[in-house]
Design a protein around this ligand. Structure first.
Ligand SMILES: Nc1ncnc2c1ncn2[C@@H]1O[C@H](COP(=O)(O)OP(=O)(O)OP(=O)(O)O)[C@@H](O)[C@H]1O
Length: 287
């Protein structure tokens, strides 16, 4: 199996929004960060992958199987975490064990207890008395304890402090160590993805702008800075997007190394994932 997840030409139209031929692939043994501004289409894509919403067009394969025809079989092998805890407030963490053992064939109560211990979650305390961080850790413990091969995570670390986030990111890194498992994780915390993701897929207004190795993106993208009077010297073909400020222009470019030679008089700084998102969202796009 070449890919754990293949999304091809996925389209979905709502009244005022459309996913437009979304395509990307996720390799086993890797983490893909799924980024984009609010309303870009991340959750709509993840819900389509899980067949929670009806798509208009496209094909989705998970472990090489069609996500609709083989939904039941696939679900047994996927761990899901949304940004809200899906367990009822009046349950104890230990009740989740009983409940999910009836749903998942490969449910591993020992592994679940191990995660409760690792995350310092009390087995006998109402979930309504858990903090947000505790609820997220409970969701992650539950998502991992039926030994899935794919984790689909929609903002799993939102609203959590850096210590809890680091703890959770370590668990995700451990999860993919066997080279069979993989993770698709949407997040606005691009710094987290810079730490753990192997690939980044960036969606903007329902369209995939890039889906590449994180290292290639960080190596290739840059921000060229020039004075207002020099802006016309920049070849329009080299401009992805630009922003004007009081000092001059900032231009998002790719192929930083080549352009540093082409424009030796201008500074080209490295671009972070946040910069890239910002330029696509707030900059003026030229090509
Ligand atoms: N059931 C629905 N009916 C109509 N429009 C919807 C529905 N669900 C989502 N949308 C719209 O689709 C667009 C994309 O929403 P989506 O939740 O996929 O974005 P997102 O990238 O996950 O955003 P966020 O980062 O804020 O979670 C938004 O404009 C949203 O209003």
């Amino acid at each position: 199996m070449d890919y754990s997840l293949e999304v091809k030409d996925l389209s979905k139209r709502y009244n005022t929004f459309a996913l437009n031929n979304v395509s990307f692939n996720l390799k086993p043994g890797s983490i893909m960060g799924f980024i984009g501004e609010n309303g870009a289409g991340k959750s709509t894509t993840i819900k389509s992958i899980l067949n929670l919403i009806h798509r208009d067009h496209g094909e989705i394969k998970i472990f090489g199987l069609d996500n609709i025809k083989s939904e039941k079989e696939i679900r047994q092998n996927i761990g899901i975490v949304f940004d809200e805890c899906r367990f009822h407030d009046t349950l104890y963490a230990k009740d989740v064990d009983l409940f999910l053992s009836k749903i998942y064939k490969n449910w591993d109560s020992k592994l679940y207890s191990h995660y409760l211990e690792q995350f310092k979650l009390p087995a006998k305390k109402y979930i309504k008395e858990f903090s947000r961080g505790m609820k997220m850790k409970l969701s992650i413990a539950a998502a991992l304890s039926h030994n899935p091969q794919l984790l689909l995570l929609d903002e799993p670390t939102s609203g959590l402090d850096p210590i809890v986030r680091t703890e959770i990111l370590d668990v995700f890194l451990e999860f993919i160590q066997d080279e069979k498992n993989s993770i698709l994780m949407s997040s606005h915390i691009t710094g987290d993805l810079e730490k753990i993701a192997d690939y980044i897929t960036f969606i903007h207004e329902g369209k995939i702008e890039l889906s590449e190795s994180k290292d290639d993106i960080i190596y290739s993208y840059g921000i060229l800075k020039c004075k207002q009077s020099d802006f016309s010297q920049i070849d329009i073909k080299d401009i992805i997007s630009y922003r004007k400020n009081s000092f001059g222009y900032e231009v998002l470019v790719t192929n930083k190394a080549k352009l540093s030679r082409k424009y030796p008089n201008y500074i080209i700084d490295s671009a972070s994932l946040e910069d890239i998102m910002l330029f696509y969202s707030k900059g003026v796009q030229k090509c």
